[in-house]
Ligand binder design. Structure first.
Ligand code: SF4
Length: 431
């Protein structure tokens, strides 16, 4: 569920937001359930929230209820209400309908029953995510996916592609710009399919043209492009725009023909190589992000070596590596899970370390350059530093920029001179 939307639905209904768990009467855990580790993390977060504040009502929202439906009620008695993504607009009503769910002032005066001991957790929990960060916002332009990658649970959980009306998106962008948002991060399961459920041609390009005209928006970042959907009209638009960042997130997953075919990704490795070359020739400043999956059932040593060679030769700027997770409701489940977990992890580690070695060197070359950066505020690491992101660092997935000197306004884009680099992170001062 889009957290901005969730926040807006709740605040419009008169609820106010706090990230101090001990002080709230109602907690909402926004869950992901695409793969087993995400399910485990969601459940752990729910248990952790309940342990932190046993008296508050607990709503579990998002894909966990969508994937497991009724069976969750038995498994998670800690939750008072489950809401699927399509019910989010009705959440305030559902809460009020569920009598006694939210504690009243009279309830609070009654004696507090002793808290149940917390249940055992299986993973370390992330800290609760703050709902708004100065300067940027996610814009979800579609839900669901109509592709058929064999390893993927998303089509069965979220259903087929359903694009959001472009008029609604433009209105949302105007609202966000008026609220001070400078960077829009466009997301969907596949941005390039936008509008194809309504049989619209070039709908993404037309949408981008509309939203880049909105005053106040300075950066538009495109996350999750299907490799086959990156066509010349989109490339030309990115090249010619001063707002659409030449930063493209295109999950390749693999480059071996054997693995791609077994994954149900309808192209060959050479098409990916050609796409990278075309993008780099057309947009010299382009920064590419991708994800690779290792340990898929069809991936033997030769296939993994082909992937490793690609990572070494093509030096994609940002790389995320995941180990294959066999999921019951996918077609790949029938292939079994023949690659042992330790082999998967070793392969993932090899790719990460190849990538880390050249990305650190590339960042060091940037020392002395002046770059545009969005300042997000005081660093969570230390109050002595400001933190932000240069244009080629996407929120939450890339490195960050620490600002060690100079003045800046949180939520605004500033010029920053890069003074140092450590791994994926940069250091700089405003100029
Ligand atoms: S394109 Fe992405 S969301 Fe759609 S089926 Fe493939 S992996 Fe899943």
């Amino acid at each position: 569920v889009d957290t901005e939307r969730l926040l807006s639905v709740m605040t419009s209904a008169g609820f106010s937001y706090s990230d101090d768990l001990s002080a709230v009467g109602l907690m909402i855990v926004n869950t992901c359930a695409f793969i087993e580790p995400a399910v485990a993390e969601s459940i752990d977060t729910i248990l952790d929230f309940k342990a932190e504040n046993p008296r508050a009502a607990l709503v579990v929202a998002g894909c966990l209820p969508l994937r497991y439906r009724q069976s969750l009620i038995e498994v998670l008695p800690e939750a008072d209400l489950f809401v699927t993504p399509d019910q989010i607009d009705h959440l305030p009503r559902l809460i009020l309908e569920k009598q006694g769910m939210v504690e009243t002032a009279e309830d609070r005066e009654r004696e507090v029953p002793p808290a149940e001991p917390p249940r055992e957790r299986s993973t370390i929990l992330p800290t609760p995510r703050t709902l708004t960060t100065p300067g940027y916002a996610y814009l979800k332009i579609a839900e669901g996916c109509s592709h058929a990658c064999r390893y993927c649970t998303i089509p069965s959980i979220r259903g087929p592609l359903a694009s959001v009306d472009p008029n609604d998106l433009e209105n949302e962008v105007r609202f966000l710009a008026s609220a001070g948002v400078r960077e829009l991060v466009l997301v969907a399961q596949d941005l390039t399919s936008y509008g194809s459920d309504r049989r619209e041609k070039a709908a993404l390009v037309r949408l981008l043209d509309r939203i880049q005209r909105v005053d106040g928006i300075r950066w538009i970042r495109l996350m999750y492009l299907y490799p086959d959907g990156v066509k010349s009209d989109l490339i030309g638009m990115i090249r010619d725009s001063d707002k659409i960042l030449p930063y493209l997130d295109i999950p390749f997953q693999h480059v071996s023909d054997v693995v791609l075919k077994a994954m149900g990704r309808p192209w060959k490795g050479d098409r990916i190589r050609k796409l990278v070359e075309t993008l780099r020739a057309a947009i010299p400043a382009v920064v590419l992000r991708t994800t690779f999956m290792v340990g898929y059932p069809a991936e033997g040593e030769p296939e993994f070596h082909e992937l490793k060679d690609f990572v070494t030769a093509y030096r994609i700027d940002r790389v995320g590596v995941f180990s294959y997770s066999a999921e019951e409701c996918t077609r790949a489940y029938a292939l079994g899970d023949p690659v042992p977990a330790e082999v998967k992890e070793a392969r993932a580690e090899q790719l990460r370390s190849i990538h880390a070695s050249f990305i650190a060197a590339r960042n060091i070359e940037r020392i002395g350059s002046v770059e545009q950066a969005l300042v997000e505020g005081v660093s969570p690491e230390t109050e002595l530093l400001l933190q932000g992101r240069t244009w080629d660092q996407a929120p939450e997935v890339d490195g960050v920029l620490y600002i060690t000197a100079g003045k800046a306004v949180a939520g605004e884009i500033h010029s920053v001179r890069i003074t140092d680099a450590h791994g994926p992170d940069l250091f700089g001062e405003t100029v």
